[in-house]
Design a protein around this ligand. Structure first.
Ligand code: FE
Length: 232
């Protein structure tokens, strides 16, 4: 059972001007497709052939670097496309909005910290908004194909920081790409991932309305300290 190459969840020219049709023709039509094609070649006639993408990622992580790289990149790109929507969507529930404010101070501060983290990522990789098993939100970078799943973290949102994601539109100006990224982010997708985490883990907030200045400050400090962490 081969892994399918998924279509974009939006028309290919609909993210302009943040991301051009030409970038997506290469990024989705060549890079993403290539990861899926290579993965299917690598797992053909092996026990991984019948597994889903997340299982392949978890089973190849420690021992099959080439399989892991292509499987993780296939998953990361599909997840990234779903983080994007024409014109962006910033609507979210009050509960999720409070969670963000408790974790980062505000949505704007989350974006600032995310961008700072992405700017500091040396070479190729991904910047993520993740949730740990205790339900805490934080921002992290991963190097190359790596993603939060093997680290026991739940991805809520990501930005592809490989040069192939922005070079045709922005050349080497990663900050310009990051600035315009927020114009096309689908927060309803990030919240859906958060709600799914809660359902899967039977998770309930201790308090979403109480004072949380201390917790928010602590989280911000942790995020700063981890901003250069690049798990691999
Ligand atoms: Fe990419």
């Amino acid at each position: 059972m081969a892994i399918e190459f998924p279509q974009l969840p939006f028309p290919i020219d609909s993210l302009e001007p943040s991301i051009s049709k030409r970038t997506l023709e290469f990024h989705h039509g060549k890079h993403h497709k290539n990861y899926v094609t290579k993965l299917n070649e690598l797992i053909a006639n092996t026990p991984l052939d019948s597994k889903d993408l997340v299982s392949i990622i978890l089973e190849s992580e420690k021992t099959l670097q080439n399989v892991f790289n292509n499987a993780a990149q296939a998953w990361n790109h599909d997840f990234y496309w779903h983080c994007l929507t024409p014109g962006g969507k910033e609507t979210m529930s009050e509960e999720f909005s409070i969670k963000i404010n408790q974790s980062f101070g505000s949505l704007e501060e989350l974006k600032n910290q995310f961008n700072e983290s992405a700017k500091k990522l040396f070479g190729s990789g991904w910047t993520w908004l993740v949730c740990n098993e205790e339900g805490k939100l934080s921002i992290m970078n991963t190097k190359d194909a790596d993603n939060p799943i093997p680290h026991g973290l739940t991805p809520l949102l990501t930005c592809d920081v490989w040069e192939h994601a922005y070079y045709l539109d922005y050349q080497n100006e990663r900050p310009g790409y990051l600035k315009n990224y927020w114009n096309i982010v689908d927060w309803t997708f990030a919240e859906k991932n958060w709600q799914q985490f809660k359902t899967d883990n039977d998770f309930e907030e201790e308090s979403v309305t109480g004072s949380s200045g201390g917790a928010a400050s602590l989280q911000s400090k942790e995020t700063d300290e981890n901003s250069e962490r690049q798990l691999h």
